[in-house]
Design a protein around this ligand. Sequence first.
Ligand SMILES: [Cu+2]
Length: 84
Amino acid sequence: MDHDLNDSSNKLREVTLPVEGMSCASCVLTIEKSLQKVDGVTAAAVNLALQTAEVKFDQQKAGINDLINTINSAGYDVPPSRPD
Ligand SMILES: [Cu+2]
């Protein structure tokens, strides 16, 4: 039988990333749509007031670097922050 150390409930991870450079609702939409296109991302919610992006993703398909790269490609910065 399989002894899988990766509990399936741990595959999904949720992170909140700081995002710099957003100024309006369309920035929010741009980032949300970009993140939602990333393979493994199941949900993305960007908060303009807090300047954050809350992302749920499958850790077997995507990593935090993928999320940061995606935000960067959309034209916004993710400043280095406290881990998690
Ligand atoms: Cu904008």
